[in-house]
Design a protein around this ligand. Structure first.
Ligand code: CP
Length: 310
């Protein structure tokens, strides 16, 4: 099983078949971990570099555990060494490729990640979050939904809040698997035109992708409601202003009541309780946020296994 592209910088790097294969493999890894079956031969003796320019709990912990449980180990050059201007990012890549086959990067601009990945023909790069996309999160989200529903074709998911990196990757993966996607954001916080176009380009089975500004209309009758922080990493100085703008987009019991009767609640975490989501929603039986979090491990294992095979 292989990925089909050198790097995983975006959900767009996957064919629908590769996406389905990754999710199937993640389910195997999850079941095997539960039954105590190890897969330590997958990365036997290999090192994976983790380069994180932004804070992380879930992505960092899940990659570290995934690499180790697959028989490898991690190296973690500090962000000031990797991206601090000590040398060019492309020279960093050309050094790292002499030691490692896989590198996991959390950074700012997607273009910066693309330049880093392009600097090496042989080192394979995984996007652990950029300002524009968060494809590893979307893999875990799709696994969590499949666990609840089986095939996703014909389902509808609403994302309410900021049209950010999580929304972009979620929308791309959802429409590839046959889900309709509705985005509700304040004016000016939509998915940018390029990303919106990319979602429509990869949609299968006549799925629809709509963007609007009415949270109630967006969640009406849907199967799942997803939200994320109103100010992403790097936007902290704008947080106060955003709280005012985003307040009508809070996912609370009243908004969830507009969704389908058995609608799930999703969040990539970390959550800002009392802002984008209330305690009553995130702690309700409808909430699958910790399944999403757990699945970061299993889906990232699947990604590593597919990218380490030649
Ligand atoms: N959801 C997510 O990516 O979490 P971290 O920022 O903690 O990695």
């Amino acid at each position: 099983m292989t990925l089909g592209s050198k790097d995983f910088l975006s959900i767009l790097n996957l064919t629908p078949e590769a996406l389905e294969q990754a999710l199937a493999l993640a389910a195997v890894f999850k079941a095997d971990r539960l039954s105590g079956r190890a897969h330590a031969q997958v990365l036997d003796g290999q090192h994976v570099a983790l380069l994180f320019e932004k804070p992380s709990l879930r992505t960092h912990a899940a990659f570290t555990i995934a690499v180790r449980e697959l028989g490898g180990d991690v190296i973690e050059p500090s962000s000031d060494v990797a991206f601090g201007g000590r040398e060019s990012a492309s020279d960093v890549a050309r050094n790292l490729e002499r030691w490692v086959r896989l590198v996991v990067v959390r950074t700012f601009e997607q273009a910066r990640l693309e330049r880093f990945a392009a600097a090496s023909d042989r080192m394979r790069v995984i996007n652990a979050l950029t300002d524009e996309e968060h494809p590893c999160q979307a893999l875990a989200d799709m696994q969590a939904l499949i666990e609840r529903w089986g095939p996703l074709k014909g389902r509808t998911i609403a994302f309410v809040g900021d049209g950010n990196n999580v929304a972009a990757s979620l929308a791309q993966a959802s429409v590839m698997l046959g889900m309709h996607v509705r985005l509700a954001t304040p004016q000016g916080f939509e998915l940018n035109a390029g990303l919106a176009k990319s979602v429509r380009r990869v949609a299968r089975f006549d799925t629809t992708f709509t963007q609007g500004h009415d949270p109630i209309a967006a969640v009406k009758g849907v199967d799942a409601v997803y939200t994320d922080a109103w100010a992403s990493m790097g936007q902290e100085s704008d947080a106060e202003r955003r709280i005012g703008i985003f307040q009508p987009y809070q996912v609370n019991a009243s908004l969830m009541a507009q969704a389908g009767q058995h609608a799930l609640f999703m969040h990539c975490l970390p959550a800002h309780r009392g802002q984008e989501v209330t305690d009553e929603v995130i702690d309700s039986p409808a909430s699958i946020v910790f399944d999403q979090s757990e699945n970061r491990l299993h889906t990232q294992k699947a990604l590593l296994a597919m990218m380490s095979s030649r």
